[in-house]
Design a protein around this ligand. Structure first.
Ligand code: PLP
Length: 392
């Protein structure tokens, strides 16, 4: 059994740090910022409230479920109530709860490739078989590709838009095609909306928004991890038809009992804080441009501008060829050891020849990381990372 390869990069970076190296991590799949003060204060208040010291409902705090339902209704169109929501230990756990309800041993679930390895991992953990669907050149899933992967065992599709690591946002017409396909073949659609706040094109739509008829065969997964810099708090959710929620509630009740109450109160405060995700989205949009422009100045790197998410996903195959590295994993290891910049090799996402570079990091650190990358991988034309400083 292998662990998530992204954690392996983080572990190597930690080892170097422990030896005194000044390592910058652009490998993490999380915002580097601290959780906002308003959320921390809500958690402190919850810690002091004896009600939060005792057992709560397995399905999750009713106030939190109500707010989640209102948000999912706003995003998707069809009405959802607190009864349609299960609170989970992060979006990954929410995905697992949905899959253990939907998938029997050997059932197949289609996942986008390149894609977040966690999708395949939760499918496997739930007893299913993840089948990678090769995305098109713009990293979007097409109906042709879905059809090529469909068998009599296919139960569901996991769609994440904006995606990780690609940042691809599926436009309305593509979502409509996918929805028609799902309906035609009686597929479940699991919409992983964890990056919904980070759409830099203004084109993000939930698949249910364009195809509300899918409501009875859809699971909407979300959480506070990315939007609110709360990855360590472990609060996510699923909104789904009642039979899925009943199964998820039973699973939670039999295993973890419920998500810790203090953390749910923190998530409740987060959902009331609209400034933090809006500010993060503005900052990430600016950093995305700065990073992509800098990467494209390096000979042998071709970096598309991602539509959404928190990552650049450049093609480094030209660099590998020119400089003699045999794989992007070799390049990433070399960058970590010599430039002390951690990135994730594309192999982790089934995309050899690429690397994933996170831009959810503060301006100063990102500028330093860019300077190091350029020094290590140059020569490059006069670089202008100072532009950002002037713009600020
Ligand atoms: C597409 C996607 N979904 C879900 C998750 C997991 O989110 P959480 O930390 O809330 O479990 C991640 C984390 O990287 C992700 O990239």
């Amino acid at each position: 059994m292998t662990d998530n390869p992204i954690f392996a990069v983080a572990a190597r970076a930690e080892t170097l740090r422990a030896r005194g190296a000044d390592v910058i991590t652009l490998a993490a799949g999380e915002p580097q910022a601290a959780t906002s003060a308003v959320v921390v204060e809500a958690a402190v208040a919850a810690v002091r409230d004896p009600v939060a010291h005792h057992y709560g409902p397995a399905q999750g705090d009713p106030d939190l479920r109500e707010l989640v339902a209102a948000n999912v209704t706003r995003d998707t169109g069809p009405a959802w109530t607190a009864d349609d929501v299960q609170i989970a230990l992060g979006a990954k756990h929410a995905l697992f709860l949905a899959l253990q309800a939907l998938v029997g041993a050997g059932d197949e679930v289609l996942v986008a490739g390149p894609g977040w390895p966690g999708h395949a991992e939760v499918v496997a953990a739930a007893g299913g078989v993840a089948v990678p669907v090769t995305a098109d050149k713009e990293f979007r899933v097409s109906v042709d590709a879905l059809d090529r992967c469909r068998t009599s065992r296919t139960r569901a599709l996991i769609l994440s838009s904006p995606g990780n690591p690609t940042g691809a946002v599926h436009p309305e017409s593509r979502l409509r095609d996918i929805a028609d396909w799902a309906q035609r073949h009686g597929m479940w659609v699991i919409s992983d909306d964890i990056y919904r706040a980070f759409d830099y094109t203004g084109t993000y739509q939930s698949i249910l928004r364009v195809a509300p008829q899918l409501r009875c065969r859809s699971v909407v997964v979300g959480g506070v991890s990315k939007e609110h810099a709360m990855t360590g708090w472990r609060v996510g959710w699923l909104a789904a038809p009642r039979e899925i929620i009943a199964s998820a509630r039973l699973h939670v009740s039999r295993t973890i009992t419920h998500v810790p109450t203090v953390n749910q109160r923190a998530a409740l405060a987060a959902l009331d804080d609209h400034d933090t995700p809006a500010r993060a989205a503005r900052d990430y949009a600016r950093r995305r441009t700065m990073l992509v422009e800098a990467l494209n100045q390096i000979d042998g790197i071709d970096c598309p501008l991602p539509d959404g998410g928190m990552f650049a996903f450049p093609d480094v195959s030209g660099l590998l060829h020119d400089r003699g590295w045999s794989s992007s994993a070799d390049l990433a290891a070399w960058l970590l050891d010599t430039a002390h910049v951690a990135v994730v090799p594309g192999e982790a996402f089934n995309a050899p020849g690429r690397i994933r570079v996170c831009f959810a990091i503060d301006d100063e650190t990102l500028i330093t990381a860019i300077d190091r990358l350029k020094a290590a991988l140059g020569p490059v034309p006069e670089a202008d990372t100072r532009q950002l400083e002037e713009a600020r």
